[in-house]
Design a protein around this ligand. Structure first.
Ligand SMILES: Nc1ncnc2c1ncn2[C@@H]1O[C@H](COP(=O)(O)OP(=O)(O)OP(=O)(O)O)[C@@H](O)[C@H]1O
Length: 323
């Protein structure tokens, strides 16, 4: 189990992370989300022992994770870290990069394992290509395969799919996260992408200005996003006063996702349409309500400057427990 206990850290006098505590069980998948600059990468680097901790402690089981003051070489065998700038050997092939950390004492096992890993990250046709000739996304895939080559107990990933195009991202993400779960490898991922979180994370930690403002299952936070920052991670959303929607207590703020509003003959609100944005299978409609913008989806564009009636969808009522 990874235990992070009351850590604080700054690069200079300014504190970047304030009193952070959480834990990650063996085999658990934990995501760290937050706006750019909120301290995700800094936290990830601390977990790996990149810097000395001025305050607090980090343990993997009973072993303290210590910084460069205590370790000549940063990092531990049981833990692998894939940074945003992946650190590969450019002049050797994909296969050699992945096999670099596997023992030469068991050549057949080494061959089997490298072949398995190359297939997992979908780089079979690049097996013998020198890494310097690969694209950014392909290099990122080599870095991921190399990190799991020796089956660590925990893997720490910073924006693991940022260089990979949407087309290949879905499959790679599924393969990698399924593999980590099957092998019971703990995983901590810093990400901006809800697709990395919703289907896979056991817990989601939300950082804001270097502080943890929420920590729960993605389902629970999705259902009850207490802050705009949390709702915005999941989807386009709207902020209403409870009184706008006829809810009690009337001074409460309610966050409604754009997909939870629909055009209705049984209206809750009357809005003036200002923009239609094509989104493929649907349009995102921007409309005015009390001089601010409200967003919802509709299968067709709506007439501009005309009024439209909208209501909550059945699933919204269910989420808000109005039924
Ligand atoms: N090596 C450094 N020296 C000084 N300040 C730094 C250093 N690295 C990061 N910072 C500062 O620390 C703060 C947090 O940065 P960090 O990279 O941890 O944020 P982040 O949440 O990972 O952002 P992003 O999502 O953009 O990667 C930022 O204000 C950043 O400018």
């Amino acid at each position: 189990m990874l235990k992070v206990q009351n850590i604080s850290f700054g690069y200079n006098a300014k504190t970047i992370l304030h009193n952070i505590s959480f834990s990650v069980e063996q085999g658990q998948h934990v995501s760290i989300i937050g706006e750019s600059g909120s301290g995700k990468s800094t936290l990830i680097k601390l977990l790996y022992g990149t810097y000395d901790l001025p305050e607090g402690e980090i343990f993997w089981n009973d072993k303290p994770i210590l910084g460069p003051k205590f370790n000549l070489v940063i990092g531990y065998d049981f833990m692998k870290y894939v940074a945003q700038e992946f650190d590969l050997m450019p002049f050797i092939s994909v296969k050699e990069n992945i096999g670099k950390f596997l023992s030469n004492f068991f050549p057949e096992e080494k061959e089997r394992r490298t072949t398995e890993l190359i297939a997992l990250v979908d780089l079979v046709e690049f097996t013998d290509v020198k890494v310097k000739l690969l694209s950014g996304g392909q290099k990122q895939r080599v870095a991921l395969a190399r990190a799991i080559a020796r089956q660590p107990e925990i893997i720490i990933l910073d924006e693991p799919f940022s260089h990979i195009d949407n087309f290949q991202k879905q499959t790679l993400r599924r393969n990698l996260f399924k593999y980590l779960k099957e092998k019971h490898i703990s995983c901590v991922v810093a990400t901006h992408d809800r697709e990395d979180v919703l289907p896979y994370s056991d817990r989601m930690i939300v950082l804001n200005n270097g502080k943890i403002i929420a920590s729960d299952t993605p389902k629970q936070l999705y259902k009850n996003p207490e802050k705009p920052l949390i709702a915005s991670f999941f989807d386009e959303f709207n902020t209403f006063e409870a009184s706008d929607l006829g809810f009690q207590p009337s001074e409460k703020t309610v966050f409604i996702y754009a997909h939870e509003l629909e055009v209705s003959n049984n209206p809750l609100l009357k809005l003036k349409v200002t923009h239609n944005y094509f989104r493929g299978n649907t349009y995102l409609i921007e409309a005015e309500f009390k001089s601010r913008s409200i967003f919802f989806y509709h299968k067709e564009p709506l007439a501009l400057d005309e009024f439209t009636n909208i209501a909550l969808t059945e699933s919204a009522k269910k989420r808000l427990e109005l039924e």
